[in-house]
Design a protein around this ligand. Sequence first.
Ligand SMILES: [Fe+2]
Ligand SMILES: [Fe+2]
Length: 341
Amino acid sequence: MESDARRKCAERLTAKGAGGLPETSDSDLERSSASAPLRSFDTRYGSVELLSAGDGVEVIRHRIARGGRFGMVPAGGWTAFESVTVLSGRLHCLSEEMAPLVPGDTVSAWPVVRPRIFEADEDTVLFHVASEPVFQTGSEELAALQTLAREVAERDGYTHEHCLRVQNLAAALGGAAGLPPERIRWLMYGALLHDVGKSRVPADLIRKPGPLDTDERAVMRQHPSWGREMVSACHLGQAGPIIEQHHERLDGSGYPYGLHGDEITVEAQIVAIADTFDAITTTRSYHLAESVEAAVAELRRCAGTLFRPDLVELFAALPDLYAPKPIRPRRREGGDEAHPA
Ligand SMILES: [Fe+2]
Ligand SMILES: [Fe+2]
């Protein structure tokens, strides 16, 4: 049995060394080519191609146009090994300090405990190997929702980095709070897409200068439920309750349902803290960015009323809070009430 396994292994190594798999009728060999991956889909900035898959392992090729992004995000219960090798082009990491990745460079993580987001400085091709399935998480549906979330963030006077920062901070706080890996995975989707429902709010309402009247506020306050509906329509439904509750507050003063305390999922309370922190520390047209210390002081002032005190203290202790922000402030065009804290 063992020698048979070695023979098969040697067979594959030989095929690889010859520059490609030989034509064969052997059923244990599966072949894909540059023109015919097993499966693929286009993204806003390129394409994702599944080259081979078996025993939970996936080998994926990403083609990323200049300015496009690639993320190593936790998947499949968070025990996955992931490795990325750059074949051509160049990427830099947005989410932490790291030398740019150039052809021949490989980055690996096992397990992946927090997302790492890379941006292509030029057209880039990379190989991505994962020990648990991640291809589905890069689906067209998620890509479309991410695009909507980015557009919503920009309409709100942020940049797309707002979504990524809220995602990073929420994942870090979820880890500090002891959430298991699978829940952190859904927390990250909920954080990334927390305001995607605003894409259904009429543009003139989003852009309206000054305060909203009662009817307008009622429309705006539907965005958490609209967001839940949108993710529930695809395979991301488990992020729905997090999105729907991200404006609920500990004392019942939030919306859409006025939930109290433990009626609100921990994940939604985590997103609320991360979102509020990033709102305070980001410059928008009507608001200059305040310091990390001032934002933490504000969260502590609201602990026990709006936010769970233990989560606020865990958040205040996160080293990620003090990482430099890769943001490009944008002018904001109109009013909203996304961040009432
Ligand atoms: Fe919101
Ligand atoms: Fe937000």
